[in-house]
Design a protein. Structure first.
Length: 137
C-alpha cells in the first residue's frame, strides 16, 4: 500500500492526465464519428469540429482535475487559456494534417486513424501542459 501511495504521489498528475486524456479522446472520436460517419460531413471539417469540442473539454478537466489549477483570477486564467489554446492549435494542426494525409490521401479508416493519431497528440499535449501551461510556482 505504501508503494502504491508513493507511486500515486509521484505520478498522480500523469495518471489523472491519462484518464482525462482518454476521456478527451472519447469526446474527440465520438464527435468526429457523429460528424463524419453519421452526418456525412467531410473529414477535415469533422476533425476540426471534434477538435474544438475536445479542446474545450480538455482545458476544464486539465485545469481542475489534472494539474489542480483552481484559480479563476482573470490574469492567471487568461494566461492558462491562451497558452493552452496556442499549444492545442499546434497539436491540432498536426492532427488535421495527419488525418488529411492518412484518411483523404492514403484511404485509411477514419475512426481507427483518429484513435491512433490521438495517442500522439495526447503525449504532445501532456508535455506542453506540464512544461508551459499549468506551471506551479
Amino acid at each position: 500500500m505504501k508503494l502504491l501511495k508513493k507511486l500515486l504521489e509521484k505520478y498522480g498528475a500523469f495518471v489523472r492526465y491519462a484518464i482525462f486524456g482518454a476521456l478527451t479522446t472519447v469526446v474527440n472520436v465520438v464527435v468526429y464519428f457523429l460528424c463524419y460517419d453519421v452526418a456525412g460531413i467531410a473529414n477535415v471539417p469533422s476533425t476540426i469540429v471534434a477538435w474544438i469540442v475536445a479542446v474545450a473539454f480538455a482545458f476544464v478537466t486539465n485545469k481542475l482535475f489534472v494539474f489542480g489549477s483552481r484559480s479563476w483570477q482573470a490574469g492567471k486564467a487568461l494566461r492558462e487559456a491562451a497558452t493552452f489554446l496556442l499549444c492545442r492549435v499546434g497539436t491540432g494542426v498536426i492532427e488535421v494534417l495527419l488525418m488529411y494525409v492518412l484518411v483523404d490521401r492514403l484511404a485509411f479508416d477514419g475512426t481507427v486513424t483518429k484513435l491512433a493519431v490521438n495517442i500522439l497528440v495526447i503525449v504532445l499535449n501532456y508535455i506542453a501542459s506540464k512544461l508551459f501551461i499549468f506551471v506551479k510556482k
